[in-house]
Design a protein around this ligand. Structure first.
Ligand code: ADP
Ligand code: ZN
Ligand code: MG
Length: 471
């Protein structure tokens, strides 16, 4: 392509505080329409906002996770616009003095800079009923605390935009400040995108694609815009600065409004809310309370524990998994074995049965199960079976093994007997092996295993068979 792609993101994330940002109503998704509202969040005359301190703390945490500078002084402003999702006719936001500035996130070794993160309130939700020609308003979401993360235009592809958003989502989740359920709208992404001739210094005119609610639609919307804008530029025409909407069903973007129609928000400081002051000690205290981020954990998994990178990534897909794994690591030396059991069999079980946020068994029990295989007390097949039973019952693996006859039998005489029999009946294979055809060993091993049964120790069988073949 003869153009450079320039992208900047604006990510809205709802903070998972207990209550809303300016009142005591519950901050929860869904609910019967207009049941989580009070005079403050629907702006009845005379109602005054009271700032939720937890929202401030969560915004600071988000800022620290994204390498931002936290401003010791920040303040709220009124962003004026008239639309029925906002009964006050202004949104309380931070315009002149945002709470966080100058952050960055590294994606594949490249720094994507964050210009600012500001706090604001969410608006209500309108449901348009085209058939009856009416619109319904639900204010349960109004005044839910939001942060808006604004990047510099440092992103150069749809995949990079996706990777950046994924990293932000992971960090906010690990920090516990946003559940980032894009399908429920608790994290939404606006993509600003423009093209410029390859190598040119000056940016082109951008379009802003509003409210993308999945990683996939971020990539699709960017791809569509690259095509649309490059066609315009190829014709020698000009891209219009406008706000566009992405249609998930046909993968296209359509114009919502042009710059000329854009609102003039007439920002001014909100006189109802005092400025927010946070001192350095408080910021430090918050910083120390933040759990380790995925990248930091991955480094330990891969470099210190020797776990394959792909396994580490899988364990890190949820903080609960990683926390559980970290607990097991305290009692463990076979990290690779534990990781492998986790991502292969435990994930298979989770896929089948679902995961409710915690396991019924403890990290110690999981470690015990890893060690039982390492110490040759059970076979690999038995280990898997025990894990399924542990998942359902939370019972101790040793008890499960005994109850279900899954303990490996170390019946030396029985094994020796079976080895003798196998050698007698397979004299051809035996002489082949003795002449150096090593691959028949597996066949002989199978013959003995068939005799002694699944619960026999494969190590013991191997040992005895080797001894007999040498003799
Ligand atoms: P506004 O004042 O209109 O909100 P901003 O300067 O705050 O505009 O930018 C909003 C977002 O658009 C930021 O993420 C920024 O990086 C991005 N952006 C700005 N200019 C461009 C451009 N020419 N192409 C792509 N993205 C841009
Ligand atoms: Zn309320
Ligand atoms: Mg802006």
């Amino acid at each position: 392509m003869k153009y450079d792609v320039v992208i900047g993101l604006e990510i809205h994330a709802e903070l998972s505080t207990q209550s809303k940002i300016f009142c005591e109503c519950a901050q929860q998704f869904g609910g019967e329409p207009n049941t989580r509202c009070c005079p403050k969040c629907v702006a009845l005359p005379g109602a005054l906002p009271v700032l939720n301190q937890a929202a401030i703390k969560y915004a600071v945490i988000a800022g620290l996770c994204l390498n931002c500078h936290i401003n010791e002084y920040s303040a709220f402003d009124r962003k004026n616009y008239f639309y029925p999702d906002l009964p006050k006719a202004y949104q309380i936001s931070q315009f002149y003095f945002p709470i966080c500035e100058n952050g960055f996130v590294e994606i594949n070794g490249k720094k994507i800079r964050i210009n600012r993160i500001h706090l604001e309130e969410d608006a209500g939700k309108l449901i348009h009923d085209d058939i009856q020609g009416i619109s319904l308003a639900d204010y349960n979401r109004s005044s839910v605390p939001l942060i808006e993360i604004v990047t510099e235009p440092d992103i150069t592809s749809g995949e990079e935009a996706r990777a950046f958003t994924e990293e932000v989502v992971a960090r906010l989740r690990y920090a516990g400040v946003c559940d980032a359920k894009m399908e429920e709208g608790s994290l939404r992404c606006d993509v600003n995108i423009s093209l410029k001739p390859k190598g040119a210094k000056e940016f082109g005119t951008r379009a802003e694609i509003k409210n993308l609610n999945s990683f996939k639609s971020i990539v699709r919307a960017v791809d569509y815009e690259i095509k649309r804008q490059s066609d315009i530029l190829d014709r020698g025409a000009k891209v219009k600065q406008e706000t566009r909407r992405f249609n998930d069903s046909n993968g296209k973007t359509v114009s919502m409004r042009s710059k000329e129609e854009a609102d003039d928000y007439r920002y001014f400081p909100d006189p109802d809310i005092p400025a927010v002051l946070i001192d350095k000690t408080k910021i430090l205290e918050i910083k120390e309370s933040i759990p380790a981020m995925p990248a930091e954990r991955k480094k330990i998994y891969v470099e210190d524990y020797g776990i394959p990178e792909a396994d580490a990534d899988l364990i890190l897909t949820q903080k609960e998994y990683s926390d559980f794994f970290n607990e097991t690591a305290k009692y463990l030396d076979n990290y690779r074995g534990a990781a492998s059991l986790f991502v292969v069999e435990l994930f298979r079980i989770i896929n089948d049965k679902g995961y409710e946020g915690e396991f019924k068994f403890s990290p110690e029990q999981f470690v015990k199960l890893v060690k039982m295989l390492d110490e040759d007390k059970i076979t690999k097949a038995a280990q898997k079976k025990i894990l399924w039973l542990m998942f359902d019952s939370g019972k101790d693996p040793e008890i499960i093994a005994k109850e279900n006859n899954l303990l490996t039998v170390r019946d030396v005489e029985g094994v020796q007997e079976a080895v003798r029999a196998a050698i007698e009946t397979n004299s051809k294979a035996v002489s082949q092996y003795r002449e150096g055809v090593e691959k028949v060993f597996g066949f002989l091993m199978g013959q003995v295993m068939r005799q002694v049964g699944k619960s026999a120790s494969p190590d013991l069988v191997r040992e005895e068979l080797l001894k007999a073949l040498k003799g």
